[in-house]
Design a binder for this molecule. Structure first.
Ligand SMILES: *[C@@H]1O[C@H](CO)[C@@H](O)[C@H](O)[C@H]1NC(C)=O
Ligand SMILES: *[C@@H]1O[C@H](CO)[C@@H](O)[C@H](O)[C@H]1NC(C)=O
Ligand SMILES: *[C@@H]1O[C@H](CO)[C@@H](O)[C@H](O)[C@H]1NC(C)=O
Length: 594
């Protein structure tokens, strides 16, 4: 009897184990699609696709980025939504064309200009970080934001990363720019500054002449008028020139979460501190799923390259900075591998848009990126050079290694891809332009889902990319092109989107990108029998796209970009904003750097 019951018990145990393990098995297979991998998104600033070894550069050394490509999938037709920081990043964060959130518009200014601008990523836009946060992810961003800070008062932080789904922020709410490096020329509204200076000087000269005339008795103007004029002049000086005098102090600042920890920023140590913060974030969060957006200040000018990399590259100060960034990429990958998360982490590497090809620094040295075979550059509408960016994905065990994919994909696709991986669903109350890339990356499908991609210059539709379903051909039609080689935009950093800045094309200038990626030889009805049919299909695509647009508040209107003193983030008492609670760079990194 005793033996019998034992036997029964034994059977029971075996059955339970069997049942349990089979449940576990189904559990494992069923949840494979929502594994909740860690997600590390690395974005360089202003890096050209032609600057990287695996994209064909044989003199720039980028071994760490090349290794990501070797161990993963490399996209060769990866497109940013805009050729400029603010709109491209807005699209990246929201998975939507920037025109949908009001983050791109037709004015001359197409990026936020001050930390005290009131424009920025609207509160009702939902970033992928917000969706991942709801799925239990730890969400961190280190580095550049450039999507606004305040709306109505200093410290409301309505556009701040912590109000857009991140629970950790270390970096600059604005951007790295010339004013942040003492001794460099100013980068903000320089022609406006020059005009202002001229007006002020004219006023001053006028005033002096008046004084002389009065002194010599040649005019009967009374002293009261002169005093009023002086007051007027000094107010003019005070209100406007001061603003520009304070550009560095007010705009180059470092935040940790909601606190300003350094103002003005110390650019020399900031990139090192950033990488330390990123590594610490990975270390802290290794036991739960995390999202890290590493938004480099590299390789935007001015360069703050550390000693170990100065003079080491074959491409001057620009190349030194690129190679340092590559080393930082290596640090992040190593940190992930070291905590044993290699196969549980999706890494994506890209740039926010193309390089500023012919940019020249104050020392006369060439300091912009290289866009390889692609025509055009940063700030120049829809030519490939401004928008074709590197795109590398690594996820060992899940994604193939050493694979190249030449299908049109967008930086907006990251949104849908990571939201899907986190097991969240896409917002249903708005148009999402990005598509889940996992089937394409894994090799389950051969073609990308994008039939059309639209390229804006400000609010104006500039060009359209058409990838007919099931075909390998990619057409691109330009409705206008910037006057790059001559005319109003010659040698300028950013070109306008209308009037004298552009050449209109009717019929649109058409290229076969699959045969002519450099956009050098437009096709014509003589060379392409289907010319008119292609134009017609593209026109149809545009009409369908236009139906999905609604009018939204313009975040980059003059009113929203100009400096508003009451919005000025300030450590201390405005206008004397100054503090440094963050100057301790750990010795470890400094040494590693040597
Ligand atoms: C490599 O990058 C540098 C710096 O941007 C550039 O000057 C050079 O032309 C590039 N080389 C190739 C082969 O693309
Ligand atoms: C990670 O994936 C690779 C590729 O499938 C595999 O060779 C390796 O053993 C995996 N590593 C771990 C720790 O599972
Ligand atoms: C956000 O609000 C603006 C204005 O209130 C509106 O036009 C826009 O459609 C809203 N966006 C979303 C995604 O709901």
């Amino acid at each position: 009897m005793k033996k019998m019951s034992l036997c029964l018990n034994h059977r029971f145990v075996v059955a339970t184990i069997l049942l349990y393990s089979s449940t576990m098995l189904t559990y494992v297979t069923c949840t494979e699609t929502s594994l909740q991998p860690n997600i590390v998104l690395i974005m360089a600033d202003d890096l050209g696709i032609g600057d990287i070894g695996c994209y064909g550069n044989n003199t720039m050394r980028t071994p760490n980025i090349d290794n990501l490509a070797k161990d993963g999938v490399m996209l060769t037709h990866h497109i940013a939504a805009a050729p400029l920081c603010t709109p491209s990043r807005a699209a990246f964060m929201t998975g939507r064309y920037p025109i949908r959130s009001g983050m791109d518009n037709g004015h001359r200014v197409r990026v936020l200009l001050f930390t005290a601008s009131s424009g920025g990523l609207p509160k009702n836009e939902t970033t992928f970080a917000a969706l991942l946060q709801k799925q239990g992810y730890a969400t961190g961003i280190v580095g550049k934001w450039h999507l606004g800070v305040n709306c109505e008062s200093r410290g409301d932080h309505c556009h701040h990363p912590l109000n857009h789904g991140f629970d950790f922020f270390y970096g600059i709410p604005f951007t790295n720019f010339h004013d942040c490096k003492p001794g460099e020329r100013s980068a903000i509204l320089t022609d406006f500054q020059d005009k202002l200076c001229l007006v002020n000087q004219t006023l001053l000269v006028g005033l002096l002449m008046l004084l002389v005339l009065k002194w010599t008795g040649l005019t009967s103007t009374d002293w009261r008028t002169i005093v009023w004029l002086m007051v007027f002049c000094s107010l003019f000086f005070g209100a406007w020139y001061c603003v520009f005098g304070f550009v560095r102090l007010w705009n180059c600042l470092v935040m940790r979460n909601h606190d300003i920890v350094q103002q003005p920023s110390n650019g020399e140590t900031l990139p090192t501190r950033m990488i330390e913060e990123a590594l610490a974030f990975i270390e802290r969060n290794q036991r739960k799923p995390f999202l890290l957006l590493m938004s480099f200040l590299h390789v935007h000018t001015p360069f703050f390259t550390t000693k170990a990399f100065i003079g080491k590259s074959k491409h001057g100060t620009y190349g030194d900075n690129v190679e340092e960034m590559d080393w930082h990429v290596g640090q992040i990958v190593k940190a992930i591998d070291n905590v044993g998360l290699t196969n549980k982490t999706l890494i994506h590497f890209t740039s926010d848009h193309g390089g500023s090809v012919d940019s020249v620094g104050s020392n006369g040295e060439h300091d912009g990126g290289w866009n390889g075979i692609y025509r055009g550059k940063k700030g120049f509408a829809g030519w490939e050079g401004g928008i074709r960016v590197p795109g590398i994905f690594r996820w060992p065990g899940l994604l193939p290694s050493n694979k190249k994919i030449d299908e049109p994909t967008s930086l907006m696709d990251i949104y849908s891809t990571v939201v899907g991986l986190a097991g969240a669903s896409l917002p249903q109350d708005r148009v999402i332009d990005g598509r889940d890339l996992m089937p394409l990356l894994k090799g389950d499908v051969q073609h990308s889902e994008h039939e059309f991609l639209f390229h804006y210059c400000g609010a104006a539709l500039n060009a359209v990319r058409w990838h007919p379903k099931g075909s390998d051909t990619v057409w691109k039609a330009h409705f206008f092109t910037p006057k790059l080689e001559a005319g109003a935009c010659y040698q300028s950093e950013i070109c306008g989107c209308h009037g004298n800045y552009v050449i209109n094309h009717d019929p649109p200038l058409l290229f076969d990108l699959s045969k002519d990626p450099s956009e050098m030889n437009p096709v014509s009805p003589h060379t392409e029998p289907l010319f008119h049919e292609i134009q017609k299909q593209i026109q149809k695509g545009v009409e369908e796209h236009r139906k999905t647009l609604t009018s939204v508040p313009l975040q980059l209107s003059w009113n929203n970009v100009l400096w508003k003193p009451w919005l000025q983030p300030c450590c201390g008492t405005f206008p004397f904003c100054w503090c440094d609670k963050d100057s301790n760079v750990s010795i470890v990194m400094q040494e590693a750097n040597q």
